[in-house]
Write a protein that binds this ligand. Sequence first.
Ligand code: SF4
Ligand code: SF4
Ligand code: FES
Length: 363
Amino acid sequence: MQVALKIWRFDPTTGGRGLKEYEIDAPEEATLLDCLDIVKDRHDGSLSYRKSCRMMICGSCGMRMDGAAVLACKTRMYEIAQAGQVPVISAMGNLPVVKDLVVDMDSFWDKFKAMKPYLQPGYEQPDDGREYRISQEQMNVIHKEALCVNCGCCVSECNAMESDPEFLGPQALAKGMRFVGDPRDGATVERLEQYSGEHGIWECTRCFFCNERCPKGVDPRDAIAKLGAETVKAGIDRDMGAKHAKWFVRSTETTGWLRETELVPKTQGVVSSIKQMKFAMSLVRHNKAGLAFPPHVAKDVGEARNLHKLTKAQDRQGALGHVQGEKALGRLAHGHVSGSLEEIYARPGAAPRPYLPEEEGAA
Ligand code: SF4
Ligand code: SF4
Ligand code: FES
């Protein structure tokens, strides 16, 4: 098949940058990485990009195609070529470009290392002197996070990193959840303290681009949400983000609404709120302050309260309250998941079965 590509080239020796078009002949099963190899081998040996495994394992070949981060070795070109499209290939975002499609990953690896990405054992040696064994159900909690290949596609798309390059970011935090959720790790509280500090979990803007672009289904935003829930569960709530989240929960439980007027004092404290009095008065003048005393209570507030009661009754605190975990379990397509979700939840030591809204009488 004929494949046309436009590639953003960057020459660090001259600082020159430009879009160059290539037309190549490639086999129908070719991926984007195969096409780049053909360009380099037969048309322009000066093209630079990273690769190693060619099978979505090493995470080397992250780049952007038409503005969205992809793994080049996972991206088939057949349909694109058949549709006559000429995709634009460029280096990943949020990382400095070294040459052509190669980015400087130093800051990426620094953040990765800052997460202490290794087990800090906190368990007694088993009596029989053999290995410490944990159930598949316990490992399922961190199954998605363990799939990460450190490609950087999520970092490339992260909005929060654009405004704060120091933000730990989706890849590092997903790695953090991989160890926070591991029952063998003994440094959970220390980790949560660290991850929820400055540039940590509460800086995420919840744009979900990392979930959308991750080629391995890690869903880093979900991992960050789980870390947030674990942090609050552990009583680590000094950050305004944690206070904000706690007020959301309290407000919906008591009234069924988000009481935004009280959000600022509850999150930032009284002194900081007083400093913003001028802004608050301007909201009042424009009837935007949402003042109501006593606060409005939603007609069906019982539904919101039942939801709170259910999560408590099911003991789904912390990361276990993160409902998307079930979606991930449902998606597992590996040999060790035999039988239905019902059977999985019935196993000894399994996570509590979630309430599904359509279930009759569940509420
Ligand atoms: S959801 Fe958060 S971590 Fe993910 S890309 Fe958006 S800002 Fe970054
Ligand atoms: S979370 Fe996904 S996108 Fe991010 S580095 Fe890991 S595999 Fe790549
Ligand atoms: S070359 Fe290894 S993930 Fe693409």
